[in-house]
Design a binder for this molecule. Structure first.
Ligand SMILES: [Zn+2]
Length: 475
């Protein structure tokens, strides 16, 4: 059994791991690289794409699937194995990504058809035979709908390896918590937040409710940049609670009875939300109970979708109050940029960040430009999810009429809108979550390899694991 890491070895993007066992080449994920992470060109991979027999997909985020089209173009003809929900989400995600990458429509269609033909879906928790005495099992990872960790075992030697994929935090809306893994010889473990403790998500709905109520009290718009997959559905779920739950209604009367429309201004987000809706058997108990009581938790009176471009343009002109959820999640492109350009200068408007904003992104620049003028309290924005920021309180934007600005396409846009940061929305387990998950294994794994994390995060998690008696190998 040999293992090589063709991505997410030193950074958090481009997940791609190659297992060579019994003459079989097995790939786990094949994701795009983002930010400063540089991809390993496929020409310099130890095996040609055409010689890869199986590709396991842990979930449908682009940094885990984005290079599948290239893999197909370079001759991959193996089987793609994943869960039911991931298979449903795979094609819409890749179609969207290919649209942005400049692949011709005819070629994109051919690639999607090939993926459809090569991919197979499996239930969680069942053991399936692969080939040559190998078998595999997919466990719930609780990260986004359909996410799984993959356990592969050689029946003859008993050797086994687990790829964690991205592990979710506990108590994520809609999703069952990560499942405890079976024992294994080698554990390939993600470490995105290996040096971080998240703020509790216990009172998250209420914090969201109070930001919404305050932000909308002056009739302005509230912009929420959000990723189309995962985060948008989580937000809709929590707004459904705020708009439908009787107790929360009493607390936040302004939000009830569709007084303030919530607009999902994202064609991809709308498409994915429909897929989420159609996959109720994979939701968690709470979401299923709501559905059984007649409340579809990812839909509510007051939620509207904006697909066509002309409707998006009309929305830019429309007056508030309104909540607008649009991508991209870090404001690096997409419809949210139009909203920010049109709305940042209006002091009645507000922007709410519910996810990590990487360095250099527009989202980060908005936060920093407001923060740098000093009216908005403490540092720690860059690491929204870091322990320091956790204690610094939930909102940056108390000094609403701040005079920061950002450059947008060479033009200065003044920021008079309120800027808020709401932590507690990470889709990843934090250090404690990762440690707890490993500890639920019936016995300690033979060795652990840390991937999918910045050096700092890998180091911190490695130290914690070693202190707990685990064997962490460098590679
Ligand atoms: Zn992910």
């Amino acid at each position: 059994m040999t293992l090589s890491h063709l991505g997410a070895k030193e950074g958090v993007t481009g997940s791609c791991h190659l297992l060579h066992v019994k003459g079989l080449n097995i790939l786990v994920d094949c994701g795009s690289f983002q930010g400063n992470d540089r991809p390993v060109p496929m020409e310099s991979w130890p095996v040609k794409p055409a010689d890869i027999h199986f590709l396991f997909v842990t979930h449908a985020h682009i940094d885990h699937i984005g290079r599948i089209p290239e893999l197909i173009q370079r001759g991959f003809q193996g089987e793609i194995l994943t869960t039911h929900p991931t298979k449903a989400l795979l094609i819409p995600m890749l179609e969207d990504a290919m649209g942005f990458s400049g692949i011709q429509e005819v070629e994109a269609t051919r690639i999607c058809k090939t993926i459809e033909k090569l991919s197979w879906r499996f239930d969680y928790g069942e053991v399936f035979d692969l080939k040559k005495g190998l078998r595999f099992k997919l466990g719930r990872a609780g990260h986004i709908l359909g996410s799984c960790f993959v356990r592969l075992e050689d029946r003859e030697t008993g050797r086994s390896v687990i790829f964690s994929g991205d592990l979710g935090a506990f108590d994520t809306p809609l999703l069952p918590d990560p499942e405890p893994p079976d024992p294994c010889d080698v554990l390939v473990l993600e470490s995105t937040y290996g040096d971080t403790l998240h703020r509790s998500r216990h009172d998250r709905v209420r914090r969201l409710g109070s930001i919404l109520s305050k932000a909308l009290s002056d009739g302005g718009k509230l912009f929420i940049p959000a990723f189309a997959l995962g985060r948008s559905q989580e937000l809709i779920y929590e707004m459904d609670r705020l708009y439908s739950d009787a107790m929360l209604q009493r607390e936040f009367p302004r939000l009830g009875g569709s007084k303030v429309p919530v607009l999902l201004d994202s064609p991809l987000g709308i498409r994915l939300t429909k897929i989420y809706s159609s996959l109720a058997p994979y939701w968690d108990r709470e979401a299923k109970d709501l559905l059984a009581r007649g409340d579809n938790p990812i839909d509510f009176n007051g939620l509207y979708t904006v697909t066509r471009h002309q409707d998006h343009n009309r929305l830019l002109e429309m007056k508030g109050p309104a909540v607008i959820i649009a991508g991209s999640g870090m404001c690096t492109g997409g419809r949210i940029v139009d909203h920010l350009r049109a709305g940042l200068e209006d002091p009645r408007n507000d922007v709410l960040f519910v996810g990590y904003q990487a360095e250099g992104t527009l989202g980060r620049r908005v936060i920093e430009s407001v923060e740098s003028i000093g009216s908005l309290g403490r540092r720690g924005v860059g690491t929204i999810e870091s322990e320091g920021a956790v204690e610094s309180g939930e909102v940056l934007g108390r000094g609403r009429k701040a005079d920061g600005y950002v450059e947008l396409d060479g033009e200065r846009v003044r920021i008079r809108a309120g800027v808020h940061v709401l932590p507690g929305y990470s889709a990843h387990a934090d250090q404690k979550g990762l440690m707890d998950w490993v500890a639920t294994m019936p016995e300690k794994p033979g060795s652990i390899r840390l991937v999918h994390g910045e050096a700092r995060a890998r180091k911190a998690l490695g130290e914690r694991l070693r202190a707990g008696g685990y064997r962490v190998v460098e590679f």
